[in-house]
Design a protein around this ligand. Structure first.
Ligand SMILES: *[C@@H]1O[C@H](CO)[C@@H](O)[C@H](O)[C@H]1NC(C)=O
Length: 224
C-alpha cells in the first residue's frame, strides 16, 4: 500500500518536473525576450503580455527565438492563445529581416495573416495572406519570424485588403506591421512569439513554387 503510494508520488513529481522543464514559455519572460532579439523595436513598440503557442507538424514549436529550419516550418503551425470566447483576433506572421537582418531594405515580408478569428478557431477566420514557409535565401543568415495576435471586440472590415495566395512572394515585401495595425486600429497586442530560421534545401522547393506565380525578373531578389 505504502509502496503504491510512493510510486504515485514519484509519478506526480516526475510530471511536475516535466511541466517545469517544458515551461520555456513563461509569460514573465515575454518582454525580455522580445527586447533581447530586438523584435521590439524592429517590428513593434511594445511586447505582448503573453506567449502565443505555435506548434508545427514537425513536432517543433516556437520558443521565443529558437532556431527552426525551413523544412520544420513548411506547414502552418497550430497556434493557440488564451482566448476570450467573446473576442475576435487577427494574427500575422512576419519576417522583418529581408533580405537579411543586417540589410533589411525590403522589411517586412508577410508570411501569414488571418483576420477576425473567433476565439481560438483560426479555421473560421478570414485568411488574408495564405501561409508561406521560409524563403530565406542562402547566405542571408538567421531571419526572425514574428507571430503576433491582436485582440479586438468588433469585426474588422478587411474587404479592401489584397488576398495573397501561397504561390505569391513578391507582393509580400514591404509589409509594415505598424502601418497595418494603425490602419485597422489594432491596439491590443494580445499574444506573440517568434523563432529564427535560415536557409536549408527546402527553400529551393518553395522558390520553384513561387516562380510559377511571379515573373523571374521580379524574383531576382530572392535568388540573389
Ligand atoms: C507606412 O506608412 C508610412 C506613412 O503613411 C509610409 O510613409 C510608409 O511608406 C509605410 N511603410 C510601408 C512599409 O508601407
Amino acid at each position: 500500500m505504502s509502496s503504491a503510494r510512493g510510486v504515485v508520488l514519484l509519478v506526480i513529481c516526475l510530471l511536475l518536473l516535466e511541466s517545469h522543464a517544458s515551461d520555456i514559455l513563461n509569460d514573465a519572460h515575454v518582454y525580455r525576450a522580445f527586447a533581447s532579439y530586438e523584435v521590439v523595436p524592429d517590428v513593434i513598440d511594445e511586447a505582448p503580455d503573453c506567449w502565443a503557442r505555435a506548434s508545427f507538424k514537425s513536432g517543433r514549436q516556437a520558443e521565443g527565438g529558437n532556431r527552426l529550419t525551413p523544412t520544420q516550418i513548411r506547414n502552418p503551425p497550430v497556434v493557440t492563445w488564451n482566448s476570450n470566447e467573446r473576442a475576435l483576433y487577427t494574427l500575422i506572421l512576419t519576417d522583418p529581416d529581408v533580405p537579411s537582418r543586417d540589410d533589411p531594405r525590403f522589411r517586412e515580408f508577410i508570411h501569414w495573416a488571418v483576420g477576425n478569428i473567433p476565439g481560438n478557431d483560426i479555421d473560421r477566420g478570414e485568411t488574408l495572406v495564405e501561409y508561406l514557409g521560409a524563403v530565406t535565401p542562402r547566405g542571408t543568415g538567421l531571419h526572425r519570424f514574428v507571430l503576433l495576435v491582436f485582440e479586438h471586440l468588433q469585426k474588422l472590415d478587411f474587404s479592401a485588403e489584397p488576398r495573397i495566395s501561397a504561390q505569391c512572394g513578391t507582393v509580400r515585401r514591404y509589409f509594415s506591421t505598424r502601418n497595418f495595425t494603425r490602419k485597422y486600429e489594432l491596439t491590443n497586442l494580445y499574444a506573440g512569439n517568434f523563432f529564427q530560421t535560415q536557409y536549408d534545401d527546402y527553400v529551393n522547393t518553395l522558390q520553384a513554387q513561387l516562380r510559377e506565380c511571379e515573373s523571374e525578373r521580379e524574383f531576382d531578389w530572392l535568388v540573389q
